[in-house]
Design a protein around this ligand. Structure first.
Ligand code: SF4
Length: 367
């Protein structure tokens, strides 16, 4: 079974400079995909890559900075892929408007706003690239407050600096009316032990909070990351090493396919070991496989790799391209990712029998 997801990094430009950004935005000369290269890559993915129900995600930098290009390629992908193709985008929300939402809805593009919670959390981590004193939170909320949220998602990143407010931030977005709420810890961040304990407690609190919503028959919301957690739990139970193969085809802003997206945090052109083709020459599947096999060998030799819930290969690939020792980075990754995974697996185990949970996560198409 081949990859089913094309992740398109439209450019390396962004109007923000978030502390944890894993894309090398605003470093080196600006690079952006042309419409022609985009169309060829979409065609290649749809026609030449074997995979089940396919999905394309438009990312940045900030994907809405070049709105004309975004509209052109999104309309093209929708026309080429038909209604069965899932399209989605992640935007920082600073450029959202009712007109843009109308376009996104008309083309059935699942849209997620990246926002890290209330002002005190968000503005600690998400700042403007040029105007550091201006509040990103105030601007985004002003842009989205009157937009319908029933088809809009929000994605929070939390770090050891903001974990104390995690549940309050989720509740804030729930009360704003978002249907999809997802979140991730900053995995490169070094988390002090006491902050990992706080993450454990916050995730326990999330389980109680979510349970209450389901049991009281209140309007539920969908936690997107649970789809991956449930799928990987199932595969782990069956003894499958799901992380040995990546389901993403990653298209960098210079038009090259990458084996993994994490080395995109290096300046464009500085991770040549990750290049595995482009739309014109096609994917070098042998090179892609070799890159994964090297990572797997290293990770498993060090004793990791059993029952992973989040893929560890990206950390290895980033370290390799950045010429850093992967061991301490993987150690840190596992410390943080394992606490996060345990909290979410516990939530799934406690709630998966609930009929509303089944409706949201089993009878709904994964986005
Ligand atoms: S908005 Fe996204 S792309 Fe821009 S700096 Fe923040 S995390 Fe990076």
């Amino acid at each position: 079974m081949g990859p089913d997801h094309l992740a398109v990094y439209l450019s390396n430009s962004c109007n923000l400079a978030c502390s944890y950004c894993y894309v090398s935005v605003n470093q080196g000369p600006p690079v952006s995909l042309s419409l022609d290269a985009l169309k060829r890559s979409v065609d290649y993915f749809l026609d030449k890559v074997d995979g089940p129900g396919k999905k394309i995600t438009f990312l940045g930098g900030e994907p809405m900075l070049n709105w004309r290009l975004f509209q052109d390629i999104a309309s093209y992908a929708r026309e080429r892929g038909g209604p069965g193709l899932v399209l989605q985008t992640f935007t920082n929300g600073t450029l959202m408007s009712a007109e843009r939402q109308e376009f996104l809805d008309r083309h059935e593009i699942h849209t997620t706003i990246s926002l890290d919670g209330r002002k005190s959390s968000n503005d600690k981590l998400r700042v403007y690239f040029r105007e550091k004193d201006k509040s990103v939170f105030d601007d985004v909320i002003a842009k989205i407050k009157d937009l319908p949220k029933d088809n809009l998602g929000v994605s929070l990143v939390f770090t050891h600096q903001t974990i104390d407010d995690f549940l309050g931030n989720v509740d804030y977005f729930y009360k704003m009316g978002f249907w999809r709420i997802t979140f991730n810890p900053e995995l490169y961040d070094v988390w002090p032990e006491e902050k990992l304990d706080i993450m454990r407690a916050q995730l326990k609190g999330l389980t109680r909070y979510y349970k209450l919503i389901l049991e009281k028959g209140m309007r539920p919301f969908q936690i997107q990351i649970l789809f991956a957690v449930m799928e990987n739990m199932r595969k782990n139970k069956e003894g499958l090493k799901w992380w040995h193969d990546c389901h993403n085809v990653v298209l960098g802003p210079e038009g090259k396919f990458y084996a993994c997206d994490k080395p995109l945090s290096l300046e464009i052109g500085k991770a040549p070991g990750q290049f595995v083709g482009d739309a014109a020459s096609g994917m070098d599947w042998g090179k892609r496989r070799g890159i994964y096999d090297e990572a797997i060998e290293y990770i498993e030799k060090k004793g990791w790799g059993k029952d992973e819930v989040f893929c560890p290969m990206g950390i290895y690939e980033f370290a390799k391209e950045a010429k850093k020792d992967p061991e301490p980075m993987l150690n840190n990754f596992h410390k943080v990712a394992d606490v996060f995974a345990e909290g979410l697996m516990d939530l799934v185990t406690q709630l998966e029998g609930h009929p509303v949970f089944q409706d949201i996560y089993v009878n709904t198409r994964v986005v």
